[in-house]
Design a protein around this ligand. Sequence first.
Ligand code: AMP
Ligand code: DBH
Length: 550
Amino acid sequence: MLAGCKAWPEEFAARYREAGCWQGETFGELLRKRAAAFGERVAVVCGDKHISYAELDNRVDRLAAGFLKLGIKAQERVIVQLPNIASFFDTIFALFRIGALPVFALPVHRRNEIVYLCGFSEAAAYIIPDMDSGFDYRDLAAQVQASVPSLRHVIVAGDPGQETFVSLDDLYLDDSECSSYGSDAEGPEPGDVAFLQLSGGTTGLPKLIPRTHDDYIYSLRMSAEICSLDKDSVYLAVLPVAHNFPLSSPGVLGTLYAGGRVVLARSGSPETAFPLIASEYVTIAAVVPPLALIWLEAAPTRSEDLSNLQVLQVGGAKFSAEAAKRVQMVLGCKLQQVYGMAEGLVNYTRLDDPEDITVFTQGRPMSPYDEVRLVDEDDVEVAPGEVGELLTRGPYTIRGYYKADKHNEKAFTTDGFYRTGDLASLTPSGYLVIEGRSKDQINRGGDKIAAEEVENHLLAHPSVHDAAVVAMPDEYLGERSCAFVIVHNGAVSGNELKMFLRNRGLAAYKIPDRVGFMDSFPHTGVGKVSKKQLRELAVQNQDARLNLSK
Ligand code: AMP
Ligand code: DBH
């Protein structure tokens, strides 16, 4: 096991192997087998590029050799920050094959997040596009490299722009050269960590989630089965594919697991997504609730034929029952709710579930080996039907974050259950209904914001004495963020504070939607800042300017 990671206790590992969850396969082998089985069938569609399984497998071999030639070694971390483009797959499977570990950054991450990820994971390389959505990632990489001297390579999909950056295209060696650089026999073991996924987190800095080949491939197999994927399935990826939901539930990797076809979209807007659904005969797509609302609103005014779409998955944040009720009627497909987390546990409503389940619940665990407990504040199990915090452990749920011993003591129980921070209840038939959250996080339409991280950045401003960031309800996003600030020495405006955060290199989704000023914060009985009261204040003053100072 990679240093800094916590393995499952041996008795659990043995149980998961005996039960057939962990089947002893790596991602490199998986792709090899799919290439043998599905050869010329299309694996990935990106714009007018159609890449077959055989081609993908070959590209991965050639790129893996190029990574080795560059000096990237097994177990080294590589920050991958790519949008939905075909080279995402070449890149991650090539890294999987040589046992190097992708760290999945999102395209929206900026200097602050990337410098942290590179430094914390001691990354050997950082892989970016040249430009995307009007943003030049090479400028970002130059700043990152200046702050993280240990970063050996910046690799650019597209035009590298500067001499010190490497072109991804140049790393694909010729077939003849490949054999000099490693072979399958030297690849990673199925029990090894395959990559580090990001957690939305609740603390100052995002946590890294080590996932093994065995555990993740199991989650793909179960997901593909529950979603009835097979070689004729066509999955439309509109969410950023590095995120755990579109990556694995069943997402792009579950689709490749099943031998199906992945269609990459650069945006989730109906203008982009609907024509792709029609022209590529998409059968399944995954969206977050705000995007589902946009699709529901747009569908009646658009002319594309969406009749191949069988399933629309909605997850990442709570989907309102009112909107859920409309999916089948308006889009003509089944709704599947998905409640999951990069730490592991994924729940699905099943495709043959009746409407009262698909509309009102967030599904049930995908594996019979998932253990789920709902507990009160003293970790005592609540009565059936009552709301409690969801704790979970199982064959694809981590036992600890990467290099986070101290945080792990809080985030996991002594018997290895992950504390999700989600409040849920269970229906008599075992489906989960998400009822809220006990963790200090804002879920902005699926984008998770750790309140403490933003508060720390606000506190770095010379005029800020104290800061507290809370969620406020929002019709579209579910929640938006509101920062309450106590100012000392001099005045500062909300806009100035937002600009300050942007200049610190914080991803845009973390910039508070509103800033309110106060002379003091309300406190709880024991003197903690009462986020509950602050949330109420944010609601009461929804339409007013939030200056609550006297
Ligand atoms: P992360 O740990 O960053 O992967 O985010 C996972 C979290 O997203 C969960 O713990 C929930 O708080 C939230 N989440 C994901 N899917 C849903 C859903 N369908 N309904 C409500 N919350 C969700
Ligand atoms: O929000 C998530 O992290 C999420 C949602 C649905 C997830 O990780 C998943 C499914 O696997």
